[in-house]
Write a protein of this length. Structure first.
Length: 372
């Protein structure tokens, strides 16, 4: 009797992929260094505590061996501390590894999606072929001529025996225009981002690191600027994201929006957008004389009206604002609703879980549009 091969599923117990002792500890270390805002000593102290509780190492490979490997592999370097003592600090190589880990954690579904840059619905000069043809027009580049289709037209129009290729036989294939996007990501670093025992700043900066890594690797022609806002607003380089911390600040949303629009005015891209991650109400504005007007009690009408004005100004500049409100207070939601209506943008009321996926989906959606 012949053996018959049957198709089906074979179930077995899950086997953890092999990881070297260094790889196992390095994954935990990258997570800890993010939570400690780049403080190497604090991250290692946490790692030692975890080792005591969960037996992460043994006599063959200790935490000290791990630190030595970090140094040999270029993930940490010697540096002087503010108090004059020597110690270790993370390197640019580690910063990149942290961003890559954030990308894998938050935007992991990218691995299952198609490759290539975002497309628009508009045809134009580009390198993404659409499969559609049209007649050759004066000014079209020779490299865009579809040779097979043009030769077929020449045979039909002139016959095989007296073959001749004329301009009337030429056709070109349409290509897809790949739009570019300029994005400003605003991150609230007011004190409320760590109030009530909830760490909101770490997920926010993880999202920022993931978005930065996504854009620089998958959409290199796009631009991403990151700014933080408390009493004032200022930009930070991508490399400083792991070190981002909350300060004893109020929430000057107006200053953040003004800086974001100033940045985007200088961009040549047609598509522009602002993402704003915040958990609190606007509670501060800076007056023309340099003084600050602050009010943390409820929604101050004077401050709120200035926010609405900025939303309307962004709308006139064709800059949509997407607000990610990581708070559930009804009166804050009403403010965000009015703010969003003034800008004709979008708002998401979300907790910390799923924030990254929401921003990714919105970035993908906006990236496909042509904002005029």
């Amino acid at each position: 009797m012949k053996n018959e091969f049957k198709k089906g599923f074979y179930f077995k117990s899950y086997e953890v992929p092999f990881q070297s002792p260094f790889e196992k500890l390095f994954g935990i270390f990258k997570e800890l260094i993010t939570h400690t805002s780049g403080d190497f000593d604090e991250a290692i102290d946490w790692l030692r505590e975890l080792d005591k509780e969960y037996k992460l190492t043994d006599e063959n490979y200790t935490i000290d061996d791990f630190i030595e490997d970090l140094k040999k592999k270029g993930y940490i370097k010697d540096e002087a501390k503010p108090d004059g003592t020597s110690g270790f600090g993370i390197t640019a190589k580690t910063e990149r590894a942290i961003r890559q880990q954030a990308l894998d954690q938050i935007f992991g579904n990218l691995k299952r999606s198609g490759t290539g840059n975002h497309k628009t619905k508009h045809a134009g000069n580009g390198d993404e072929h659409t499969g559609e043809f049209r007649e050759f027009n004066f000014g079209d580049g020779l490299e865009r001529i579809a040779l097979t289709e043009s030769l077929r037209n020449a045979q039909i129009n002139n016959g095989v025996e007296s073959f001749m290729l004329t301009e009337n036989d030429l056709v070109v294939e349409e290509t897809q225009y790949k739009a570019q996007m300029s994005t400003v990501l605003m991150i609230d670093i007011s004190h409320s981002m760590i109030l009530y025992g909830e760490d909101r700043i770490t997920p926010a900066k993880k999202v920022a690191m993931a978005l930065a890594e996504l854009i620089t690797t998958r959409y290199p022609k796009d631009t991403l600027d990151i700014l933080v806002f408390g009493n004032d607003a200022w930009t930070i380089p991508i490399k400083d994201l792991p070190y981002l911390q909350v300060g004893p600040y109020h929430t000057n949303t107006v200053a953040g929006l003004q800086l974001a629009m100033d940045i985007l005015r200088r961009k040549r891209n047609t598509n522009k957008q602002i993402f704003m991650i915040t958990d609190g109400k606007p509670s501060c504005v800076r007056e023309r004389d340099g003084s600050y007007y602050m009010n943390s009690n409820g929604l101050d009408e004077y401050i709120v009206d200035k926010c609405y004005t900025q939303a309307q100004q962004a709308r006139k500049l064709h800059i949509p604002i997407t607000t990610f409100m990581i708070a559930n207070d009804p009166y804050l939601q009403r403010f965000v609703n009015h703010f969003t209506e003034a800008n004709q943008g979008k708002a998401f009321y979300t907790g910390l879980k799923g924030l990254g996926e929401m921003i990714f989906e919105d970035y993908e959606t906006n990236r496909k549009k042509r904002v005029r």
